[in-house]
Design a protein around this ligand. Structure first.
Ligand SMILES: [Zn+2]
Length: 700
């Protein structure tokens, strides 16, 4: 069973100069990239680092004779895990097909604790690793092959290890509450995808979701709001009520529930990282205990806590003390994002604290809070992690940053010497829709989503630490976030995260570099979607995906291509697109009006063809995203001229407002050929106060 191949020696030689195997593993896989095109027999996600197809197939429907050569606790916990899996495990002498798990310090093994060497052959199955995590992941690979191929799995030799030590998924049970069983179901999928960090956003304005013994009102009151839908509640006075009140929506995890989730995750090599938000996003906390706010809570709907009062700091320390008893995670997430300084600047307590500390700017209170909390956590052997706004308030020195706003924040933090987890919205936020918004939001039961549009392909294209990035060695890993403002139930959360989580898992584990082959990945993702649906996961329908807006994929060279455009009325300063070139550059907009669309209060442009040309068609696309008052035109006029003075009207169209959230429409004139040099297009929004967005005026 102890097969040795030169390829493994090659890997370990490279690894011996690499990162130390600690947790979290720093940096990335060090070896040169190898472009493994997974054949039909290799439908694993994430793609292994090194894999070699051996001859034949192995029948694993028969019982496997389990032999474990490892410390007692590792052997016991893996045996227990395997007995809950779909593999049939028996004791020695009851089967000829061994499943051999070995903990070894063999130098040929990957140096990562999570790496493993797996051989599946007709002699049996063998996994070697440096510890439990690696053995566990070897088992996951076997289970995934079984899920894909059934009883007879292809024979492989795989040597595998993660690119990043931190491979995270985030859930938000605050905006809408999810059950313990739902989280366990997602934990099982995360484990199968070799993800190892579960970030739970447990507190926010809309609710407090973790029982704290010392402050029972946080969950007896702060976990229950009047109104189930986040947006409705937001717009109707943000009222909390006591648990048990008629119409109360919410819930929370008891200490016992949460310990159960933490243990369930740990068995699957997943650390649960709790997030307790401060100083903003804290309305549920200040609503429950108004003395935590600067002034009477009703004046502070954003919920910032008062940092000036020492009693607030003590309250937070009490909460964190209980949090640390529930969560063994080294990292404790304290949020830190999207806070306002307005209340602090006016608050006598905060002003006194500022004077005492010699602060001139209320933002410094944020830094003071985070330094205080970091010291407190460090005193208990824990580390602070928070969102990238920590950079603005004077960051706690050893804090780790979660970079959500864009990649630059992550890079800045890395250069300032902080560890960074990359979770930029444009690649990692799964709350935007993943296919044509017009299609996604046309069904009556479809809840809204953000403007942001993120395909599976785009998630897969992400490199959290490209070679060009300065400070990339500080990037510990990558995480996807599933903020649930617009995900009112568990089914919807699954729809939004699968299959995008498959892509994120591969980005986090596999060293893809320039060999990213989306077509090949999509083939594997389709199969995994099929399996997941059979298992009761409500995945997005990848097979019928439209994908990126088809017209945006390549430039259109029409008669007006590259011609000069005169703007009789200006474009919106925030949405200039590509300036004067926008209407004739051949480039069509993406699904979101924020990419390659030009915005106008009133659109009035003239395209100069440079000379008289024969024209038979003029057309333009407009889009609507009603939430942001981007609307289709209510009136469109297209006219043409030979001399630029005397215009002939080709089209004049009145277009009543359509209430759908997302719409994409083409308007135009088509008729008998005529000689034209100038084409004028005027459009005004169908709603007062709205704006129109156009991406190109095509002339044919
Ligand atoms: Zn205050």
């Amino acid at each position: 069973m102890n097969m040795k191949y030169s390829i493994i020696v090659f890997i370990s030689l490279l690894f011996s100069v690499g990162a130390a195997a600690c947790s979290p593993v720093r940096g990335e896989g060090i070896q040169p990239d190898r472009d493994i095109k997974m054949p039909d027999d290799g439908l694993m996600i994430p793609r292994p680092m090194e894999a070699r197809r051996l001859e034949g197939y192995v029948d694993i429907s028969q019982p496997l004779c389990l032999k474990i050569d490892a410390q007692d606790d590792v052997a016991e916990s893996l045996t227990k895990y395997l007995r809950t899996s779909s593999l049939s495990i028996v004791g020695p002498a009851l089967s000829d097909m061994p499943l051999l798990l070995t903990v070894s310090e063999d130098e040929k093994l990957p140096s990562s604790e999570e790496g493993y060497h797996l051989v599946i052959s007709n002699d049996g199955i063998s996994i070697e690793a440096r510890g439990r995590a690696g053995l566990f992941y070897g088992i996951q690979t076997i289970l995934q092959l079984k899920n894909m191929y059934g009883a007879s799995i292809p024979a492989w030799e795989i040597t595998d290890w993660p690119r990043f030590g931190y491979r995270g998924m985030h859930f938000d049970p605050v905006r809408h509450f999810f059950s313990k069983d739902f989280l366990k179901k997602q934990i099982r999928m995360m484990a199968s995808l070799k993800m190892n960090r579960l970030h739970l956003h447990l507190t926010d304005n809309e609710g407090w979701r973790l029982q704290i013994s010392k402050y029972p009102r946080l969950t007896q009151y702060g976990a229950w709001r009047l109104g189930d839908i986040w947006d409705d509640w937001n717009k109707t006075g943000r009222r909390f009520v006591n648990q048990g009140t008629a119409g109360a929506y919410g819930g929370y995890f008891s200490i016992e529930d949460m310990k159960e989730i933490v243990a369930y995750a740990k068995e699957r090599n997943i650390t649960v990282i709790p997030e307790i938000e401060m100083p903003g996003h804290a309305f549920a906390m200040t609503a429950s205990y108004p003395e935590l706010a600067c002034v009477s809570n009703e004046f502070s709907p954003v919920g910032e806590i008062c940092i000036g009062k020492d009693s607030t700091i003590e309250f937070l320390k009490d909460v964190l003390t209980e949090v640390m008893e529930i969560f063994p995670s080294e990292y404790i997430h304290l949020g830190g994002d999207e806070y306002s300084i307005d209340y602090w600047a006016k608050c006598p307590d905060c002003r006194r604290k500022m004077a005492e500390m010699g602060f001139t700017d209320a933002h410094q209170l944020h830094g003071y809070l985070f330094r205080t909390m970091e010291e407190f956590l460090a005193g208990h052997g824990r580390r602070l992690i928070g969102w990238d706004e920590m950079l603005t308030g004077g960051i706690a020195p050893d804090a780790t940053l979660m970079s959500w706003q864009d990649e630059k924040a992550g890079q800045a933090a890395a250069l300032a010497g902080h560890d960074v987890i990359m979770t930029p919205g444009e690649y990692c936020y799964f709350d935007g829709c993943q296919d044509s918004p017009e299609k996604e939001f046309r069904t009556p039961d479809s809840p809204p989503a953000l403007w942001n549009f993120l395909t599976l392909q785009r998630v897969y294209s992400y490199d959290p630490a490209p070679l060009s990035m300065q400070g990339r060695e500080r990037v510990l890993g990558v995480q996807a976030c599933s903020w649930s403002e617009w995900m009112p139930n568990e089914k919807r959360v699954e729809y939004m995260i699968y299959p995008r989580m498959f892509a994120l898992a591969e980005v986090a584990w596999s060293n893809l570099n320039e060999h990213r082959d989306y077509t090949e990945f999509r083939r594997r993702a389709l199969r995994l979607c099929d399996w997941a649906r059979n298992e009761g996961y409500n995945t997005f329908d990848l097979a019928n995906e439209i994908g990126e807006r088809p017209s945006s994929l390549k430039a259109t060279e029409h008669l007006g291509y590259g011609c000069e455009v005169k703007y009789n009325k200006p474009w919106l300063p925030d949405f200039p697109c590509d300036g004067v070139k926008s209407m004739t550059d051949g480039i069509h907009g993406k699904w979101t009006y924020r990419v390659n669309w030009q915005g106008f209060k009133e659109m009035d442009v003239v395209i100069d063809l440079g000379e008289s040309k024969t024209v038979k068609e003029v057309r333009a696309d407009f889009m609507q995203y009603a939430d942001d008052r981007v609307v289709l035109p209510g009136k469109i006029v297209i006219s043409c001229s030979e001399d630029g003075k005397n215009y002939t009207e080709l089209l004049s169209l009145d277009n009543p407002y359509d209430v759908y959230k997302y719409l994409y429409r083409t308007y135009g004139w088509k008729g008998a050929e005529r000689k034209v040099r100038y084409v004028r297009l005027q459009a005004s929004p169908a709603l007062e106060g709205g704006s129109v967005f156009c991406d190109e005026v095509e002339i044919w």
